[in-house]
Design a protein around this ligand. Sequence first.
Ligand code: SF4
Length: 207
Amino acid sequence: MAQTIPVIPGPQVVPSAVCLKCDVCCRFPEQDSFLRPYFTEDEIRQAVTHGILSSSFPDHRGSQIKVVRHPNDEGFLCPAFDPITQHCRIYEVRPLDCQLYPFALMWNAQHERVVLGWDTLCPFLPEQAGEGNPFKRTAPQPSALTIPKAIMEQAQRVAIYLESDNVLNALAGHPRLVTPFQPDVVVLLNLDRLTANLRSSNRRNMP
Ligand code: SF4
């Protein structure tokens, strides 16, 4: 049976008050958006226990959740999202994918290594970057960005968590938690241990 992924320790990097004013998370422009959160087998079991329909998950061994049409607007919602209160109905047991956000686990553009990045669709980082930072411009070039120190420190804490033995082993069972390269995500750190672990577990699983 796949290992349970422990909850990320420490506070959420983006304060709740900022999240509540924003309309990015948990909403998706398309039904098949690749940004839909991925749930592991254990996370699916927890979500179903907390009221999410088991039919929301196409594969109970691990899959992205099926989104539903927004009741009064364009686009789609995660079925765990309550558009009236703007809260996640399963916040206490939300999956690692959601705990990480706006950090993102992905392969780099060359698909050579796993990196920890920051999704620039989240407006928190541009706010933190301050006037004069390239994040304030409409189309920032990731290579030119200055990342605030507090965010880099939090990224380092998250990287240590992701590369701890327990989490590494659990992630090896769910390689789809690492997404393909996304141009909107600014690369913050290389995750060399995780890269090596995923590569060797791929080799072990090859026929
Ligand atoms: S599980 Fe919760 S936090 Fe994650 S996308 Fe759905 S509503 Fe948002």
